[in-house]
Write a protein that binds this ligand. Structure first.
Ligand code: G3P
Length: 217
């Protein structure tokens, strides 16, 4: 499963990228706001840092304007994936932009039917929002599993990008189901290294090591 980082914070992307943990980056208007940066500048910096797809989201709501914004964002770098919302206009923009050979990430997906439409419109990625479904007492992971089944049934090659990932359990479950990609905040990716038994085991080893009175260096 590919790992995208869901942030526009350069330092956080850089730290994970140095460890080989970054296959791509996703941003959205809320993350741009959080970064306090200019969208064009920060997106260019991210593209300079990361080789994989970097999602940059349009903010227009009408297809022609989305297409114009998408072309401008795609002009930042070759590895831009234009992010469009899963609306009828977003699907029109997806069809045109993907037809021009650009990567398109269709975002704010909350149903299998929406995911089918995105695949038919040529989406490179479909972004089902797991955490936001869980927020309203639905099962976000069930949607990932359902889209996996339907895409596999018909050989649809749009990549399932599990988004709105909030916990390490979400990551493990998305991988088990077979999501192609997951995007998570840096803190979630770093939390994947933690396990209480690792901490407890290390503490015991350190105590015993101290008793040996030895040094390695
Ligand atoms: O990848 C989409 C993500 O940024 C939304 O996450 O936690 O705001 O639902 P969240």
């Amino acid at each position: 499963m590919k790992f995208f980082v869901d942030t526009a914070e350069i330092a956080a992307i850089s730290e994970l990228n140095d460890l080989g943990m970054v296959d791509g980056v996703t941003t959205n208007p809320s993350l741009i706001l959080k970064s306090g940066r200019d969208i064009l500048e920060v997106t260019r910096e991210i593209c300079d840092l990361v080789d994989g797809p970097v999602s940059a989201e349009v903010v227009a709501t009408e297809a022609d304007a989305m297409i114009a914004e998408g072309r401008k964002l795609a002009g930042i770098a070759d590895n831009i994936a234009v992010k469009v919302p899963l609306t009828w206009d977003g699907l029109k923009a997806c069809k045109v932009l993907s037809g021009e050979g650009r990567m398109v990430n269709v975002t704010l997906c909350f149903s299998v039917n929406q995911a089918i439409l995105a695949a038919k419109a040529g989406a490179t990625f479909i972004s089902p929002f797991v955490g936001r479904l869980d927020d309203i007492n639905l099962d976000g992971m069930e949607l990932i599993a359902d889209i996996r089944t339907v895409y596999d049934n018909y050989g649809m090659d749009t990549q399932i990008l599990a988004a709105s990932i909030r916990s390490v359990n979400h990551v493990a479950e998305a991988a088990r189901i077979g999501a192609d990609v997951m995007t998570a905040p840096p803190a979630v990716i770093k939390a994947m290294a933690s396990h209480p038994l690792t901490d407890r085991g290390l503490e015991a080893f350190m105590k015993d090591w101290a008793k040996t009175g030895q040094k390695i260096l």
